[in-house]
Design a protein around this ligand. Structure first.
Ligand SMILES: *Cc1c(COP(=O)(O)O)cnc(C)c1O
Length: 445
């Protein structure tokens, strides 16, 4: 390495030397890289990360932050986990990838078997895809191709819930909340779907049967054009962090059956124990016709998702015009990602995740109570390993995130929501540091 390349912070292959010149790296990022939902003008702060281990994210300047986000629901076992590392290395020695068209491999079969086992009985056909949004696209295509194959092509629309979030590709966007999803930006391109109100009855309140009335009216009125209902069971995530009553989900299942409409459960955020049950559908003992999984599927290591459906739906699609499901990603069933997913699921099932999630839930209920009395706070709610503090007015995302980093924690609020979904392995002391930081920062807000 020459002195010049050293001075620029890059080695001879143009890579960042992590011990040198992070300022240059950040400057390049600010000038050239997009971040999620951010202007590419360098105005939003970014913190360079050197490494992550357990529930700690180590910044380039050596500061260590306690992670309260699990990198968006995904890193349920924490970072740099020896078991997941071993699975990735072991698979890397055999093959990182091979196409899935006409070929198969052990990691895909092992993972498929586990997904069929841990999901409700009628779900037995597994489609692997690259990301949650694609899993939703695939689910929608399954529903539409199913009705086409049954000679009912008019059944091609979706009924979704306000306050929902299902991803960022075009069909997935079409079923996100039309206001926060900014449908007007893409008018004409994003198909127009039908929206029921956000479920009004909270998870922990007594069931109010009138909460399903408007949904019941809409599904009856539109049944001839509806392919499927799509919803996030029990917990609406990025669309508002809202927890609703299991009876609502049970009523939706019954109405779908009564009106001949499929039910798609998007468990991309809720799957793998986050809500206190392995799947959020388990709170209501409901089996969907199509199920989407993602996020925590690989324990946060790699991008992978899956869409599951029944033998009846898969068989019907196969007898349709196309003779197959019209989808096939290049990196379908990537062996590295599948191998890590298998290790992550086995790790979850071998441990007492229910006790971990219950412990986190109880502690968040006790400790976030401190926020209820704050002037800025409108509502505090906890379910499983998800804690939410909702404020009266929208928060200054950048100012707040900066305050949290200064307090030694990684939390990323949005809108009127500060939320907490730590890795399941978090210790009570670290969780307390997170809840205290939220109370302190919001008391100043
Ligand atoms: C994150 C999320 C998606 C989209 O997943 P990506 O991997 O970001 O494409 C879809 N549905 C739900 C419920 C999600 O939380």
């Amino acid at each position: 390495m020459t002195e010049a390349t050293r001075a620029s912070g890059a080695n001879t292959r143009g890579r960042i030397d992590p011990d040198r010149d992070w300022a240059q790296a950040v400057a390049f990022d600010r000038a050239h890289l997009w971040h999620p939902y951010a202007a590419a003008d360098g105005s939003a702060p970014v913190w360079p990360v050197a490494s992550a281990d357990g529930v700690r994210i180590t910044l380039a300047d050596g500061r260590r932050l306690i992670d309260g986000m699990s990198s968006w629901w995904a890193a349920i076992h924490g970072y740099n986990h020896p078991v997941l590392n071993r699975a990735a290395r072991g698979q890397l020695g055999r093959m990182a990838h091979v196409m899935f068209g006409g070929l198969t491999h052990g990691p895909a079969v092992d993972l498929g078997r586990r997904l069929v086992e841990l999901t409700p009985a009628p779900l037995e056909k597994v489609f692997f895809c690259d990301s949650g949004s694609v899993a939703v696209e695939v689910a929608i295509k399954m529903a539409i191709q199913y009705w086409q194959a049954r000679g009912q092509p008019a059944k091609h629309r979706l009924l979704a819930l306000r306050g929902g979030y299902h991803g960022d590709t075009l069909a997935a966007m079409s079923v996100c909340d039309p206001v926060t999803g900014m449908h007007r930006l893409f008018a004409g391109l994003v198909p127009q779907q039908i929206f029921a109100p956000q479920p009004a009855c909270r998870f922990k309140d007594p069931w109010d049967p009138s909460a399903i009335d408007e949904f019941a009216r809409l599904i009856a009125a539109h049944k001839d054009e509806l392919a499927a209902v799509i919803l996030e069971p029990i917990v609406q995530g990025a669309g508002g962090m809202w927890f609703y009553h299991p009876e609502y989900l049970r009523a939706v299942r019954a109405l779908c059956d009564a009106h001949g409409v499929l039910l798609i459960a998007d468990e991309i955020a809720t799957g793998f124990g986050r809500t206190g049950r392995l799947l959020a559908c388990d709170h209501a003992a409901v089996a969907p016709d199509i199920l989407c999984l993602g996020k925590a599927l690989t324990g946060g290591y790699m991008t992978l998702a899956a869409t599951l459906t029944t033998a009846e739906i898969a068989g019907t699609i196969g007898r349709g015009d196309a003779g197959c499901l019209m989808h096939g990603p290049t990196f379908m069933a990537n062996p590295l990602a599948c191998a890590v997913a298998v290790a992550s699921i086995d790790l979850l099932m071998a441990g007492d995740w229910q006790a971990l999630v219950r412990g986190i839930e109880g502690q968040m209920v006790r400790e976030l109570e401190a926020c209820s009395g704050l002037a800025a706070v409108r509502d505090v709610r906890v379910l499983g390993a998800i804690g939410v503090v909702e404020t009266h007015v929208p928060l200054d995302l950048h100012a707040l995130t900066t305050r949290f980093v200064e307090a030694g924690v990684w939390l990323r609020p949005f809108g009127r929501l500060v939320y907490l979904m730590p890795p399941y392995v978090i210790k009570p002391r670290d969780l307390s540091a997170l809840t205290r930081a939220i109370a302190r920062v919001l008391s100043e807000a």
